[in-house]
Design a protein around this ligand. Structure first.
Ligand code: PMV
Length: 325
């Protein structure tokens, strides 16, 4: 059978950095995110006896650096469905992959939904989230709708993501500023393993539950100032852990830092905009939907900006009718 799914990428406001268990990708802390309307992956999967081996195509290319991880995930789904057929997988991102824009989150969320359906499984949202987590931690947050919490849990089954609020809860935007299309040197999966080597990691974990509470309060009260201040500090704190890991992880480019300084300046001029950054050089500018135009005017005059993707809160992963092959 053939099935196709679409899943959004997501941006974490409270980040997932560090794992207590590598195999089942159990995170050291819970995290909070929002699905992104302008960045998604669509994937069609077909299991059939006509395929001799798994045949995987991502953005028109075979032999992507993710191929092995994708086959491992297909194996998990085949085991669950008790089938043996090989699969053809065709996947398309509408944004650059492997540059720190969380294409693995949307990619593995859509693969989970499409492949499990194509294998004949009917899994509830919680199970899909658990399954997606095994392939890529942050992918579990792209399954539910809107504003999402990933509860770290205590074992493989209790670590999954669920919706805190639907996508229409809060009219905020994430303007992604692409400053370079370079692929990252150190994939996130590898970087995550170094978190515990930072002397600041323990301090981060001591304070994280309080921070998660504050973040949830700010979202529930739609308190943009409290929210913006909190998420910017949180992104810098995660990068403080990365910078002080052994070996150190420096994901920023000069243009990333330039953007951070500009955001600070724009705020002093009265524009309510804050940044967050993941494992890449590109930067997410978080503002109220009503302020988008003002942010865009500022960005359009900058020569460090290569591309801009405007996002609003979005629904989670879902099956779609139009197949890619
Ligand atoms: O799910 P992974 O292994 O791609 O890790 C995601 C890590 C960050 O993007 C830096 C933080 C997060 O919570 O999304």
């Amino acid at each position: 059978m053939k099935a196709t799914a679409l899943a959004p990428s997501n941006i974490a406001f409270i980040k997932y950095w560090g794992r207590i268990d590598e195999i089942s990708r159990l995170p050291t802390n819970s995290s909070i995110s929002m699905n992104l309307s302008g960045m998604h992956t669509v994937t069609t999967v077909e299991f059939s006896i006509k395929y001799e081996r798994d045949d995987i195509e991502i953005d028109g290319q075979k032999n992507d650096r993710e191929t092995e991880r994708i086959v491992d995930h297909l194996d998990r789904i085949r085991n669950l469905a008790k089938i043996d057929d090989r699969a053809r997988v065709v996947s398309r991102n509408n944004f650059p992959s492997s540059t720190g824009l969380s294409s693995s989150a949307s990619g593995f969320a859509t693969l989970t939904v499409s492949a499990s359906k194509a294998a004949g499984l009917e899994l509830p949202e919680k199970k899909l989230s658990v399954l997606a987590r095994l392939a890529s931690g942050s992918a579990c947050r792209s399954i539910p709708d809107g504003f999402v919490e990933w509860e770290k849990g205590i074992d493989g089954k209790s670590s999954y993501a669920f919706s805190l609020y639907p996508s229409n809860w809060w009219q905020i935007a994430d303007v992604v500023v692409i400053v370079s299309q370079n692929k990252k040197d150190i994939p996130t999966t590898q970087g995550q393993k170094l978190a515990g080597t930072s002397p600041f990691f323990k301090t981060r974990l001591d304070l994280i539950n309080e921070k998660i509470k504050e973040c949830k309060n700010a979202i529930s009260e739609r308190n943009f100032l409290a929210f913006g201040n909190l998420i910017e500090k949180e992104a810098l704190e995660m990068h403080a852990v990365m910078l002080t890991s052994d070996p150190p992880l420096i994901y920023w480019q000069p243009a990333t830092l330039q953007m951070m300084k500009l955001v600070e300046k724009w705020r002093k001029e009265g524009l309510q905009v804050y940044f967050t950054v993941n494992t890449g050089q590109d930067i997410h500018l978080i503002c109220k939907k009503d302020d988008i135009e003002r942010v865009m005017v500022k960005l359009k005059s900058l020569d460090i900006v290569r591309n801009i993707i405007i996002n609003y809160p979005a629904e989670g992963a879902r099956l779609v009718k139009k197949h890619l092959f």
